[in-house]
Design a protein around this ligand. Structure first.
Ligand SMILES: Nc1ncnc2c1ncn2[C@@H]1O[C@H](COP(=O)(O)OP(=O)(O)OP(=O)(O)O)[C@@H](O)[C@H]1O
Ligand SMILES: [Mg+2]
Length: 208
């Protein structure tokens, strides 16, 4: 599979087929037993491994189980990934506020995750993933437990944030409506990735 700059891709397939595993490998959180990865990030030498440093600066991950920090506010949860990347506290706060506003979460900025609905929490997790303006974002079933309206908000939030940074997006989903919002759909069938359509002007990364 290849993911191009600025492209949004849906990854589908039955439960247990390996979507989260593939996403974890692509995000550098797990090593593949076989196969090869190649990443081309702007301004960086090509590499076959996403190191923690590259991930911190250029990659965002929205996990299947959201993982917000319960003791921190919405604003602080969004600010967290910028520590170690953006030295200026003013700029961190400014960016966190910008992201929270863009996701329609300003009214919740000072609240803690337990005071939010599932959909609102998911939007905070998206904000956190996009805080550092990543060029590659992975989202694992971001609309898993949401109704249609909340699900639409979450998908729009993902696409809006990705277009703001011109980032590439890989979204794991069981929802055909969510998948249809992406440029292209990949499905895992019998352990292999099947490509529906293609759009690969410039490569960001490939795995085989
Ligand atoms: N850490 C692990 N060690 C060994 N096997 C694992 C591990 N994590 C997942 N698996 C197995 O690998 C297979 C793929 O799991 P994975 O979580 O990638 O599925 P998935 O496609 O994301 O499913 P779902 O749609 O339910 O989230 C499953 O059979 C699972 O039991
Ligand atoms: Mg999964």
């Amino acid at each position: 599979m290849t993911i191009a700059y600025g492209e949004s891709v849906a990854l589908m397939g039955p439960s247990g087929c390996g979507k989260t595993t593939l996403l974890s490998i692509l995000a550098g959180l797990m090593l593949p037993d076989t196969g090869k990865l190649d990443y081309w990030f702007p301004g960086l030498p090509s590499t076959d491994r996403l190191t923690a440093a590259i991930r911190r600066h250029h990659v965002g991950i929205v996990f299947q189980s959201i993982h917000l920090i319960p003791t921190l506010t919405v604003l602080e949860n969004v600010e967290i990934p910028m520590f170690g990347v953006e030295k200026s506290a003013d700029r961190r706060l400014h960016r966190a506020r910008e992201v929270v506003e863009r996701l329609g979460l300003s009214a919740f900025a000072d609240m803690r995750p337990h005071q939010l609905s599932g959909g609102e929490r998911q939007r905070v997790a998206i904000g956190r993933a996009f805080a550092n303006r990543p060029i590659l974002v992975f989202a694992d079933e971001p609309t898993g437990n949401l109704d249609t309206v909340s699900s639409d908000h979450v998908v729009q939030a993902l696409l809006d944030m990705a277009s703001q940074t011109n980032g590439s997006l890989l979204v794991v989903t069981h929802n055909p409506g969510v998948a249809a919002c992406m440029d292209r759909i990949l499905t895992i069938v019998d352990g292999r990735i099947v490509t529906n359509g293609a759009k690969a002007p410039a490569r960001l990364g490939t795995a085989s």
